[in-house]
Ligand binder design. Sequence first.
Ligand code: PEP
Ligand code: MG
Length: 762
Amino acid sequence: MAIPTTTTTRLYTYFFGEAEADKTLFGNKGANLITMTRLGLPVPPGFAVSIDAFRRYREMGGLPLKEIEEALGRLEAQTGKVLGKGLMVSVRSSAPVSMPGMMDTVLNVSSREEVLSSVEKILNSWDTPRAVEYRRLHSISADLGTAAIIQAMVMGNLNQRSGTGVVFTRNPVTGVPELYGEYIPQAQGDDLVSGQKTPQKVDALREQLPQAYEELVRIGRKLETHFKDMQDIEFTVEDGQLYMLQTRSGKRSGQAAIKIAVDMVKEGVLSKEEALLRITPDDLNALLHRRLESTESYAPVAHGLNAAPGAASGKVVFSPEEAVVWAKKGERVILVRPETSPDDIQGIAVAEGVLTSRGGLTSHAAIVTRAMGKPSVCGCEAIHVDLARNQFEVGGQVVKKGDTVTIDGSAGNVYLGQLPLVKSEITPEFTELMTWADQSARLQVWANADTPELIAEARRSGAKGIGLCRTERMFNAPDRLIAIRQFILADSAEARAEALKRLKELQKKDFVAIFKALKGMPIIIRLLDMPLHEFLPQGEVTEPAIRQKLQDLREVNPMLGHRGVRLAVTYPELYRMQLEAIHEALQQEPADVSVMVPQVITVKELQWVKKMLPDPCLKLGIMVETVRACMRADNLAKEADFFSFGTNDLTQATLSFSREDAEKKFLTTYLEAGVLQDNPFEVIDVKGMGRLMETAVVWARKETPRLSIGVCGEHAGDPRSIRLFHRIGVDYVSCSPARLPVARLAAAQAAAEEKGKEKGKG
Ligand code: PEP
Ligand code: MG
């Protein structure tokens, strides 16, 4: 059935020169053809059958036949040729989102009947199984629909002064401003797509038809200025005359994305804010971490979670001890474990990367490797680790200790053998872009670091300070473990005092080294926050005294148990020892030091610790990581010198999800079933916890308007969470050094988006 139309009211067909470039009505391809025509560029004439027609077609089953036939008549008049006798058209789909290769294209169409059936074919191709599957995979709404573009064909195979090609207006690998692409003389577009003829570099066009080449360069510049972006162009030359068939924003590597954005600011095409908004975290990660030279050429044997970005190859080892021994011999190793624990830390430190079969994106392995800037693939269930036999099995293959594997922590893939890797490369454009980011951002970006090495890395990565120095890691090295165990197991006041003295000396030494590494940066040191039983040996314990102590200290739920400031209330000497160690280290190595107290619920706890300060000038703040601290933010703000949200524990407390267990037990199912959109330990729960944080900020600032407020949980490195922190007025975020560049970019983007919105309102 045809939809009736008259010659005076055209509802569904639009000639390129007469319409507005509306993507929702004509799709990307159609809108860009309209733009090019309106810019006066040489586009073969044609018209679009709009997405409204698609909707009518789906609902009522008919095409606007009369309108299309009239439009074809106009096209014949415009070209001076008759359909079937000299005039041929192409009929192509055009959706508002890119669905490459998913829908049909019909070329060389030369009769009215064929045009109409081709339009139907195009509109029907929206619902082919592959298109439906593509939309499902990319979360594209089925309601968007497609337009059909009917355009006079030009012949790239007409004669020796003809050809066809695809070019990028800048090099999509490096970003260098040059025409980059392929050209085939005497050929049609489908020869290029089908691979039947071997394309040459576009320089071949310069030699064959210099004028057409120069015009292509000129048009490329014009399109870039108009669209404010690098373009990917399809063109045909017919008897020396250049025609534009399509233009769209070109896909590019991370390096190219950054260079193009920075160059376009210098060329006056983009503002600095626009350039910052163009860059994605993936662009930065691609530049900052080693990666596979090519992902297409190799098939992964298993896929897990992309827990920490970058790629690494090495020999497989199954224990941290073995990792250390092999690394000492100069071997590159990949540590493979079912999951990791604090006992594995030395092995992780020397490994090139880590692969685990269990655990999620906030598992121990994921958090530690991200902090260290090492690639890791976690929760890779397809591999079956057999620690007793020193091997893992994957898809029927056995990988033994010493075999080489490659992991890609950016994609979560595991490969057998050594794959070629590309080194990371800091370009001058990257440095410049990050300077702009820091100038635009309101949120400062600090780093979490607890060793001089990590502090140095944080400084190199642009940290403005150290926002979280966890002191419990200082107790974990073998010589310190002996001392803290002596403290825990002491059976007399003297033995305890002796152990504390030893611990103070060790801590003081560590603090002096840390203060030296700061080179002027401020630091916030967090007092001990670890349940004491974690310092005792785990597993089979034969020593009766230790067995008894372990039994005494055992807790059903240690993360909600005897940790944080609660330790200071029951064992005041521990925090006193730490504060004295800081104070004495400061005498030796002056630095800008603040101290914070973890797990606070009441102002009384803070006052309790305040009394222990050896120097009243030492700034004392709190970690806001309990719900009660948020609800008492006004009162706490009177007593605390600063706040730092510990969003890891606060998420645990707000959702009543155990950090340790949630991912292993139910979170994956929650995410798969769509009960939750994101893992709340990774991306802040804006609607729930975001509100709680905002309330705390408002109440605290009502009491102390200039109170410094930061965030130091894992979310401090997550771009979406950073947008929330910016909005609610947090002053700084403190994240792992490896996440600094992405956090600095996100902080700048949050400010740029806000500025854009304000402009919009004005
Ligand atoms: C937090 O809870 O967010 C935090 C930074 O502390 P930790 O992860 O050490 O408990
Ligand atoms: Mg915490």
